[in-house]
Design a protein around this ligand. Structure first.
Ligand SMILES: NC(=O)c1ccc[n+]([C@@H]2O[C@H](COP(=O)([O-])OP(=O)(O)OC[C@H]3O[C@@H](n4cnc5c(N)ncnc54)[C@H](O)[C@@H]3O)[C@@H](O)[C@H]2O)c1
Length: 385
């Protein structure tokens, strides 16, 4: 029997006796490496296969993560050539994993999840769940058909500040939450790798790519009310301009020719309880800071800010600002957050425990994202069904 990959990974030598949970990685690029590092902390997981259209990514799966070459699909390591855009089909037939972890670009989330989940493999998919709500619904239906679990890669809800504010909301500190302002803004941070500027592969720009994180975090904080209407607008004024690609910034030289997404998205979502979420998301915007990822909330009894976890309320006939005395900075580390989200999924699949970020949660967040894009296209407020 081949040695299990998890014993080959560097990392904690936590022994696990029993049947391993056999996971195939589909899309072995940047974020997959964060997943693989996190899986080192989940000893019941064995990485049994890798699928990618880029042979270099498969070489990493073989050489760094110890996946046998016969279990690598999608490209030919010897010739360096792509073999298939749908190599998860062959992988499922040959390897029959317990689960697939999909880390492909947004436009390649739905197809592998639908195929693999319908055939009985549990599914994990990176954020955003898909390109639009219709794809999310297909993915949820496939998981139901295959009687498997489906989880979405949202990790910011596990940040200590977010957990603390969610606890405060559950304790009634804010009363009814009326208004939440979400900001995910980069002054000049258009990715100069991947396909983040290509609308047909990503579904959108900064709002679907980075806005999604703060939206998800704030939405979870609010207690997941039902979104019912959206309005907003999007603008592109820098990403598609050649002369802007050399401005000194963290990621200059992006591919302006293929850039079809927005630089800036601004919008509002109305929920069935009357609450409003305002969203600001940008890859490029003329703001003071280089980067901002935050939300603030106002309720009938109190308000707050994330990630400071400050609370604004009245105590003893005095308006007070409550600041945490200590927050676990280790809990902010990516490896910790990714381990938490993947462990929650693995537990759900193996032990039937509740998923923190289910397919239905992913669908609601997608309705917010796509509602705002649809309102921008329509030039008026639209209903979210
Ligand atoms: N949770 C987070 O914080 C976080 C952070 C970054 C990215 N992401 C998400 O992860 C996903 C991937 O992003 P990334 O940064 O890793 O991008 P990436 O470009 O580094 O990796 C994507 C990989 O998918 C491969 N791929 C493309 N089409 C394929 C196909 N048909 N079959 C198999 N492989 C295919 C590419 O060759 C590439 O190796 C995106 O959905 C992104 O939104 C999440």
């Amino acid at each position: 029997m081949a040695e299990s990959v998890s014993t080959k990974m560097e990392g904690p030598s936590v022994a696990f006796k029993g049947k391993k949970f056999r996971v195939a990685i589909i899309g072995c690029g940047g974020i997959a490496q964060a997943h693989l590092n996190a899986f080192k902390n989940i000893p019941e997981v064995e990485i049994v296969a890798g699928v990618d259209i880029d042979a270099n990514r498969l070489v990493v799966m073989r050489d760094k993560w110890g996946v046998p070459e016969e279990n690598l699909f999608g490209a030919d390591i010897k010739t360096g050539k792509k073999i298939s855009d749908t190599a998860w089909i062959e992988m499922m037939k040959k390897v029959k994993p317990d689960a697939v972890d999909v880390c492909t670009p947004n436009g390649v989330h739905c197809a592998p999840i639908v195929y693999c989940c319908e055939r009985g493999a549990h599914g994990f998919v990176e954020k955003p769940m898909a390109m639009n709500p219709a794809e999310c619904e297909k993915m949820i239906a496939a998981a139901k058909k295959g009687k498997v679990k489906l989880s979405v890669g949202f990790q910011h809800r596990y940040r200590p500040a977010c957990e603390s504010l969610i606890e405060a909301r559950k304790n009634g500190v804010f009363g009814d939450i009326l208004f939440v302002k979400v900001r995910a803004l980069r002054r000049r941070g258009i990715p100069n790798w991947g396909v983040f500027g290509q609308k047909e592969l990503q579904g959108g720009g900064p709002m679907i790519d980075i806005g999604v994180h703060m939206i998800e975090c704030a939405y979870e904080f609010m207690g997941c009310p039902k979104p019912v209407a959206a309005m907003g607008n999007i603008w592109t004024y820098i990403g598609n301009k050649k002369d802007k690609t050399n401005v000194r910034s963290m990621w200059p030289g992006w591919d302006w020719k293929t850039y079809t997404v927005e630089d800036l998205a601004i919008g509002q979502i109305r929920f069935d309880n009357g609450a409003i979420m305002q969203i600001e998301a940008s890859f490029a915007a003329h703001i003071k800071e280089n980067e901002v990822h935050e939300f603030s909330a106002m309720g009938t009894k109190g308000g707050c800010h994330f990630p400071s976890a400050e609370i604004y309320t009245d105590q003893n006939n005095t308006m007070v600002n409550v600041t945490p005395a200590w927050m676990d900075s280790k809990g902010e580390e990516w490896n910790v957050l990714f381990t938490k989200k993947l462990q929650n999924w693995v537990n759900g699949c193996r032990k039937g425990t509740e998923l923190d970020a289910s397919g239905e949660d992913g669908l609601n967040v997608q309705k917010i994202l796509c509602g705002l894009y649809a309102a921008a296209a329509a030039g008026k407020e639209i209903a979210i069904k």
